[in-house]
Design a protein around this ligand. Structure first.
Ligand code: CMP
Length: 132
């Protein structure tokens, strides 16, 4: 996902360009706004964390871009491309270092495992919306 902060700041194009030059193939993509219910479901694993309410407020305040990306070693390589959750700790040249504001408003989300990539892909897209 490209999160509301990055969409608001006009970074959809630059972020997609970085993703594309890093060799990821886009097999599904859409521009939507999450409802509170959507965001609470997507981030259910973080329920009870001190930042949960702030995260839901942030993720629902404006549109996002969600996408399914394909590449060998995609999960690990995408996490390297986006950088650490906290942009202050993210490596130079990473998407979060370039475009994120802080640990909460951190521009992008990437799945942390192949299993979660499957779950999160199915959260955002129906089978017909995925190019195979
Ligand atoms: P993401 O990789 O999408 O996964 C969980 C999200 O919660 C994270 O990016 C941030 O947007 C947010 N988050 C994680 N840690 C914190 C924190 N300490 N304070 C505020 N938001 C956080």
């Amino acid at each position: 996902m490209i999160k509301p902060d990055a969409v608001e700041s006009g970074y959809i194009g630059p972020i997609l360009a970085k993703i594309s030059s890093a060799g990821f193939k886009i097999v599904a993509m859409k521009f939507t706004q999450l409802s509170r219910r959507d965001a609470r479901e997507f981030y259910a694993i973080h329920k009870g964390r001190p930042f949960f309410d702030e995260l839901i407020q942030f993720m629902t305040r404006g549109p996002i871009v969600s996408a399914i990306l394909e590449k060998d070693n995609a999960v690990e390589d995408f996490r390297a491309l986006i950088g650490a959750t906290n942009p202050q700790e993210a490596a130079e040249g990473t998407i979060r270092k370039l475009y994120a504001k802080d640990i909460g408003e951190n521009a992008v989300h990437g799945s942390d495992s192949d299993e979660n990539a499957g779950i999160e892909g199915a959260f955002h897209f129906s089978g017909r919306e995925i190019y195979t």
